[in-house]
Design a binder for this molecule. Structure first.
Ligand code: NAD
Length: 494
């Protein structure tokens, strides 16, 4: 456990909220800023640039110029690889600073910012760096008279719009493949968590990524975000966020230049526990750990727990005993497991869902209250509802907070019907000691990722994304290159 006095370090921190455009820190063209507070105690962290269309335009022009003059795309893949590897090393070297910024910005426990967010961000950049000089193009099977080359080319200017729940990791999932492939990027972080993206861009420049290749403009969605998604010189948008805003991304593309839109959206993931699964204790520990990780503010949180009626009583008891182990605490204390929700609005939304759970007749078996109100911060207890039906509000809608719904089923057919009765399809998990059932159910689940007898494995090597209204395209793995490259066919007469 870390012995650093994080509170003392936090008191000394003066984060820089200026945009980073064309290699320089700049104020907004019209000088506008917004005040950014920490959800830990509602303390003011600083003033952050409130980017408008003019700031986005300056960033996109810088990115376009950098792409057109080939200062990055024109470098040999092995050279881009070295620079990106240096970028990754600089992220690791700045681990404590980045972790502290992330915790102050959005309230996650410092132990996880240190052990998950920073290393995953660095690994993502390093992994795409290592991949970039190992990807070969293709030659098509053609008649003797011709040769057809199928090559991948960088797409141009990528607009990346990301959420606040994993600010650095979500940025890295766009930056890694987009930069490795030779594109320029304009990143719009969430207004709720702008600081680490800005530091990442500084570190990228220190590592040797040329000015203009990676720009960051903070601001609000309906201002900077909309301007970026509507910009005629942006070739693709890599969006991660809510399904509501993902719909808008498609509309912006239709109203502008038909730019590619890759949406990574919300979820309401099902966790199915069958009566033939013996180690219910492990299943309970896993679902609680995954549900309450990051305060439940994870797109893939297993928020719908479907359990066979014959083991439901025992399983509910096990989860109700697990939940209090995730009592909210000071995110700057290295022992804390569950931190603050991102802001007051999010806390009120989550408490509203808890009210809806009660009103619909759910039985709250753990938590259910605001916590640590005396700090001025925004904390909610880990909460578990039993007796939920799949048509209730808390089972249908993404809550994005530490609230789990338990739904009982009588057989496999009903379990599958319930699991797939959702507008989302991000992840799912099946727990069974019967290998045939595990395979059968995993195949029938309509989700981008299915876990069998676990939920906690994840790696940059595998694709991440959703079916249905959880999105399109995939982040991570070599498949992510598809989003940020164009395929070109060149016919040559021979
Ligand atoms: P959000 O949709 O409110 O905001 C996401 C980003 O879009 C922010 O940068 C925001 O400023 C911007 N934005 C908002 N309105 C906009 C508009 N009108 N035009 C352009 N940009 C706009 O989402 P959020 O609350 O920041 O994040 C939570 C959501 O993200 C959840 O639904 C969660 O499931 C989802 N998420 C999905 C994944 C995934 O990989 N599928 C990962 C993390 C989070």
């Amino acid at each position: 456990m870390s012995t650093i006095d994080w509170a003392a370090r936090a008191a000394d921190l003066r984060p820089d909220g200026r945009a980073l455009i064309d290699g320089r820190r700049v104020e907004a063209a019209d000088g506008q800023t917004f005040a950014k507070h920490s959800p830990i105690d509602n303390r003011l962290l600083g003033a952050v640039v409130r980017g408008q269309a003019a700031d986005i335009d300056a960033a996109v022009r810088a990115a376009r110029t950098a792409f057109d003059d080939r200062r990055w795309a024109g470098k040999a893949p092995a050279v881009r690889k070295k620079i990106l590897q240096r970028f990754s090393e600089k992220i690791l070297a700045a681990k404590e600073e980045l972790a502290l910024l992330e915790t102050l910005d959005m309230g996650k426990p410092i132990q996880y910012a240190l052990s998950v967010d920073v290393p995953s961000t660095a690994r993502c950049i390093a992994w795409y760096a290592e991949a970039v000089d190992k990807i070969y193009d293709e030659i098509a099977p053609t008649p003797d008279s011709a040769l057809a080359l199928i090559t991948r080319e960088a797409m141009g200017v990528i607009g990346a719009i990301v959420p606040w729940n994993y600010p650095m990791i979500m940025a890295a999932w766009k930056l890694g493949p987009a930069l490795a492939a030779g594109n320029s990027v304009v990143l719009k972080p969430s207004e709720k968590s702008p600081y680490t993206a800005l530091r990442l861009a500084e570190l990228a420049i220190e590592a040797g990524i040329p000015p203009g290749v990676f720009n960051v403009v903070p601001g609000f969605g309906h201002e900077a975000g909309e301007a970026l998604a509507l910009h005629m010189e942006v070739d693709a948008i890599g969006f991660t966020g809510s399904t509501r805003v993902g719909r808008r991304m498609l509309d912006y593309a239709g109203r502008s230049n038909l730019k590619r839109v890759y949406n990574e959206l919300g979820g309401k993931s099902a966790f199915l526990v069958f009566d033939d699964f013996k180690d219910l204790g492990r299943a309970a520990r896993t679902v609680a750990g995954s549900m309450f990780f990051n305060q439940g503010e994870s797109c893939n949180a297993p928020s719908r727990v479907l359990v066979h009626e014959s083991v439901a009583e025992e399983f509910v008891g096990l989860i109700a005993a697990e939940a209090p182990k995730y009592a909210p605490g000071d995110p700057l204390n290295p022992a804390t497991e569950l931190g603050a929700l991102v802001d007051e609005t999010q806390m009120k939304t989550v408490l509203g869902y808890i009210d809806a759970g009660h009103a619909d007749g759910g039985r709250c078996v753990a938590g259910g209250q605001r916590a640590r109100a005396e700090t001025g911060g925004f904390y909610v207890e880990p909460t578990v509802f039993d007796g939920i039906r799949n048509d209730m509000k808390i089972a249908r809608e993404e809550i994005f907070g530490p609230v789990m719904s338990i739904i009982r089923f009588k057989d496999e057919a009903e379990a599958l019907q319930l699991a797939n009765s959702s507008s989302y399809g991000l992840q799912a998990s099946v727990w069974s000691d019967n290998i045939n059932r595990a395979h059968r159910v995993a195949r029938a689940l309509r989700a981008g990722t299915v876990h069998v007898n676990q939920y906690d494995e994840d790696d940059i090597t595998v694709p991440f994304g959703g079916y249905k209204q959880s999105g399109n395209g995939r982040d991570k793995s070599l498949h992510a290159f598809d989003k940020y490259t164009e395929l070109k066919t060149t016919w040559i007469r021979i």
